[in-house]
Design a protein around this ligand. Structure first.
Ligand code: ZN
Length: 147
């Protein structure tokens, strides 16, 4: 790969979600949300003839920023998630780990990291058959007061 090709790839790997969206749309590509909530996905269409290493870098970055891109396109990562708050970078891991245990989100300031959203999930408690609704910070994991 050429030197300039390398630097484009490195630049793409550092783009934020809004910048990446701009690059894709500016090149004539499309980012389309499919599905809702924790089951949402994005479908990316790049223009024909896109330089393969650049196309690959765009796709890899889009995978990393999936939930941030969805948020920019108006798809909330979880019911009740405020439209003006970006999901944390590891939201995808939360969704993978907690799956259907994630119920809803609400505006709430974390007492530890100040993140402005809390998520409700169903927690297993030893000795109890029913799972307990628990509110936690999706960024640092701290449990909200009284939950
Ligand atoms: Zn927190």
């Amino acid at each position: 790969m050429t030197r300039s090709g390398n630097s484009i790839v490195e630049t793409i790997a550092r783009l934020g979600a809004a910048e990446l969206l701009e690059v894709i749309q500016g090149a004539g590509g499309r980012v389309s949300p499919v599905g809702r909530g924790t089951a949402a996905r994005i479908v990316i269409t790049l223009p024909r003839g896109a330089f393969a290493p650049v196309a690959q870098a765009i796709m890899e970055r889009a995978v990393e920023l999936k939930w941030q891109l969805l948020q920019l396109l108006g798809r909330e990562p979880l019911a009740g998630w405020p439209a003006d708050v970006m999901p944390p970078l590891w939201w995808d891991e939360m969704v993978t780990g907690f799956g259907s245990a994630l119920i809803e989100a609400r505006r709430s300031v974390c007492g530890n990291c100040r993140y402005p959203v809390a998520v409700c999930w169903l927690r297993r408690v030893p000795g109890q058959r029913r799972r307990v609704r628990t509110w936690s910070c999706p960024r640092c994991g701290r449990r909200c007061e009284g939950s």
